[in-house]
Design a protein around this ligand. Structure first.
Ligand code: URA
Length: 433
């Protein structure tokens, strides 16, 4: 087999055979096929696309390029959740304990954040002592005992994807639906869960800005999951403004804990319950979505979901005093109000700009080497549709710098304020099975 023939085949709009796909994935991972040939093939895929079989084969080949996590020693049906990334997205801290609270095991591999969206592990590390480094045996034992554990992603999950993603990043081939879908799903499949619920974000703060693209990506990922033997459901949810009111690390953990203790923060509560309901239906604990939603909601009010969170944190070395007294979680030196530049109604909040403003404060990383400051972040005082009076605060910046000028400007630019109250976007657009 010759790489040049594979490139030509795809360039001419033909489907690649399974052998051709496996050949280039293996050859590239092993270092036997050079970057320039794979770049050329990626560009051909970008323009010609891939059909359902090709995408499934590509995904499986990326899974097979490295380690896969064997979760068979965990009792019960394992479900995983993946979000395509959003600002203020602390939903894992709500769905994980909710699902665990009805006995469904969640064995989660998570990453650290880079850019304008924060990472699950960074947020959890605001709790003193919390540790994601554990042996495989400890991870499995924690899930069996507490139904929830979060581990750092191992370096060797889908190494072909790691190499291909880095190459796509510098060859303008990231935004190809089959390549994105294969990339995300290869890591999910290698992580070993039996079923997967995907939270595909859509809107200004999302990777996919339009509903059409988000739906195409969601459909592609559901097909891959189902074709490769995992029941997969995708929920398309809104990311035209941050989720909840808190953006940062410790403050996001605090906000999620409030929801787990029954506080009604509408978007967080609804999305958390929606995703958890799909996860528990896939795990066959409930027969239908409506029953699952209602039963899970009870656990937000009777303490069971919060208890599941507390036990999981304690099992991974986290200081439960901080869970019982969230005011003792890290905070910043200064709390700076950002004032509206005009009065009216909030018509839009550019989530990406809010994420960048939080990153400037130190809540996220611009480069891999940056160190996260867990106590800094942003509290939104207004969301889309809210009225803003003259000189009213639209946000509070939790900052270690007394004058966070760049972040103030970024937050002010992120808010659009108009004369008439806008209609708000739905939180959930579609569910794809
Ligand atoms: N996230 C991934 O993991 N892969 C992509 O291709 C895009 C986003």
């Amino acid at each position: 087999m010759r790489m040049v023939d594979i490139i030509q085949n795809k360039r001419n709009g033909n489907s690649l055979s399974d052998e051709e796909i496996k050949y280039f994935v293996r050859g590239y991972t092993d270092g036997n096929i050079p970057d320039y040939q794979v770049s050329s093939l990626l560009m051909a895929i970008y323009f010609q696309g891939m059909d359902e079989r090709e995408t499934a084969t590509l995904t499986q080949a990326m899974v097979d390029s490295g380690e896969t996590i064997d979760l068979s020693a965990i009792n019960g049906h394992k479900v995983d959740k993946h979000s395509t990334g959003g600002v203020g997205d602390k939903i894992t801290f709500i769905t994980g304990p909710l699902v665990a609270s009805v006995g469904v095991p969640v064995a989660k591999m998570s990453g650290r954040g880079l850019g304008h969206t924060g990472g699950t592990i960074d947020k959890l590390e605001s709790i003193s002592g919390f540790d994601v480094e554990m042996t495989k045996e400890q991870f499995i034992s924690n899930v069996n005992q507490f139904k929830l554990a979060v581990a750092g992603q191992t370096g060797n999950l889908a190494p072909a994807d790691k190499k291909l993603y880095a190459l796509r990043d510098v060859t303008a081939t990231v935004d190809s639906i089959p390549l994105i879908a294969g990339s995300i799903m290869s890591k999910k499949l290698a992580s070993g869960a039996d079923s997967i619920v995907l939270d595909v974000k859509t809107g200004t703060g999302a990777f996919m800005k339009t509903l059409e693209d988000s739906q195409a990506l969601a459909e592609e990922m559901v097909k891959i999951g189902n074709n490769l033997g995992r029941n997969t459901v995708a929920v398309i949810s809104d990311m035209n403004q941050p989720l909840g009111y808190e953006i940062g690390n410790a403050n996001e953990v605090r906000e999620a804990m409030e929801v787990l203790q029954g506080k009604d923060i509408p978007d967080l509560k609804q999305l958390g319950l929606e995703l958890a309901a799909h996860m528990t239906v896939l795990a066959e604990v409930f027969n239908d979505y409506e029953t699952a939603y209602q039963e899970l909601e009870k656990n937000l009010h009777n303490g069971k979901a919060f208890q599941a969170f507390r036990s999981f944190i304690q099992a991974q070395g986290g200081d439960v005093q901080q869970i019982d007294h969230p005011e003792t979680l890290p905070t910043s030196a200064y709390h700076v109000e950002v004032m509206a530049t005009r009065d009216g109604f909030v018509t839009a909040i550019d989530a990406e700009s809010i994420g960048i403003a939080a990153m400037y404060l130190g809540a996220g990383r611009a480069t891999k080497e940056d160190v996260i400051q867990h106590g800094v972040g942003i509290t939104l005082k207004k969301k889309i549709g809210d009225k803003v009076g003259p000189g009213e605060a639209i946000a509070i910046l939790h900052s270690d710098d007394e004058h966070p000028t760049d972040s103030i400007q970024k937050v002010q630019e992120a808010f659009e304020i108009g004369k008439t109250q806008p209609t708000t976007n739905p939180l959930i657009y579609k569910v794809i099975r």
